[in-house]
Design a protein around this ligand. Structure first.
Ligand code: CP
Length: 360
């Protein structure tokens, strides 16, 4: 059973095919209006969302299907202690496909390996957000006409910014991409993206704290929110929250055709005065998100007989995960499963964090 948990599960050819279908949906929406007649999408959102949940729901409705689900863990039996695995087995009896968001990293993978229907990761903690990446790719493609030979700046919370992690992973598949990482020291990109994605794929990248210094180089500026909900220490959040505020005057040195993206919601990091600048693409990104989710639902519902085994080449129950926000550290009955990377480091299959050094 095919699911989408991490964007790297899709090949470049598959991403290109999704983009092609999305462009056809934009041009010929009527052609798709009954493609999912009789099918049900379940949206299981254990964490707040405006765009992702409602765009999934709008996507399924525009495909002629219907939607069930919940938007708050407090309204589900998770609040009574039901596990993610049991929830996925139960929802498989009611729906044809699941989209789920969870504050614990790896929760959608637990759902996917326990469900008998496809599962889509709609965001897991600070880990991945593959369907935001689909929205980002379509936006870049429509604005720049290509997904290669681009200098892409990521600015803000690169540590917890799951949309950043997923988009860098996707861009690592394309040629001529230069990544510019702009963040305070405390919010730098996690090692597993730097080492296992960027360095492994030979991506060119630089790191800086200063947005203004690199602005003239950028073809894409991807702004992000500093995410209050991911901080254990709110004093640190208060100190870092306004690290970067994009204002019109800071765009003076930017390329005239630079595209400004932001996954939204924004808090204070892009002045509303930029919204009317032709370079502002973040509301186009929202529309593109619904279209790409339509293409994704169609793809996964047409591939239910395809083999997918996320546990290939893994070791079980030899180590435990070092990440307190990983689902394996909270749902105690789960097995601890790791994959060894090229540098001999064992990374948790659920959240990509390093194994604790001690063997168990
Ligand atoms: N971009 C995004 O994930 O937005 P929501 O949190 O509103 O779904």
């Amino acid at each position: 059973m095919r699911s989408l948990i991490d964007i790297v599960e899709f090949s470049v050819e598959e991403l290109d095919e999704l983009l092609k279908v999305a462009c056809d949906i934009i041009d010929n929406p009527q052609k798709y209006s009954e493609k999912c007649k009789g099918k049900k999408l379940a949206t299981l959102f254990f964490e707040p969302s405006t765009r992702t949940r409602l765009s999934f729901e709008a996507a399924m409705l525009e495909l002629g299907g219907s939607v069930i689900g919940f938007s708050d863990a407090a309204n589900s039996s998770a609040s009574k202690g039901e596990s993610m695995a049991d929830t996925a087995k139960v929802i498989s009896c009611y729906a044809d496909i699941i989209a789920t968001r969870h504050p614990l990293e790896g929760a959608p993978l637990v759902a996917a390996v326990n469900a008998s229907i496809p599962v889509i990761n709609a965001g897991d903690g600070g880990h991945c957000h593959p369907t935001q990446t689909l929205a980002d790719l379509l936006t870049i493609y429509r604005e720049k006409g290509r997904l290669c030979d681009l200098t892409v700046g990521f600015c803000g919370d690169l540590k917890y910014g799951r949309t950043v992690h997923s988009l860098i992973s996707a861009l690592s598949r394309y040629t001529g991409i230069k990544i510019v990482l702009i963040s305070p020291d405390e919010l730098k990109l996690p090692d597993y993206i730097r080492e296992d994605v960027m360095e492994k794929n030979g991506m060119e990248y630089i790191e800086t704290r200063y947005l203004e210094e690199v602005m003239p180089q950028l073809d894409i500026l991807y702004m992000t929110r500093v995410q209050r909900e991911r901080f254990d220490d709110l004093d640190t959040y208060e100190r870092l929250k306004d690290s970067y505020i994009l204002t019109l005057d800071k765009l003076d040195t930017a390329k005239k055709d630079m595209a400004i993206l932001h996954p939204l919601p924004r808090v204070n990091e892009i002045s509303v005065k930029i919204d009317d600048d032709p370079r502002a693409c973040y509301f186009k990104q929202v529309r593109n998100g619904k279209i790409m989710r339509m293409a994704l639902i169609l793809k996964l519902l047409s591939e239910t007989d395809k083999h997918w085994d996320p546990f290939e080449d893994t070791v079980k129950n030899k180590y435990i995960c070092s990440n307190s926000k990983c689902i394996t550290t909270v749902e105690q009955e789960l097995e601890h499963i790791f994959k060894k990377n090229d540098d001999g480091i064992y990374r948790c299959i659920y959240c990509d964090s390093q194994a604790n050094k001690e063997e168990i």
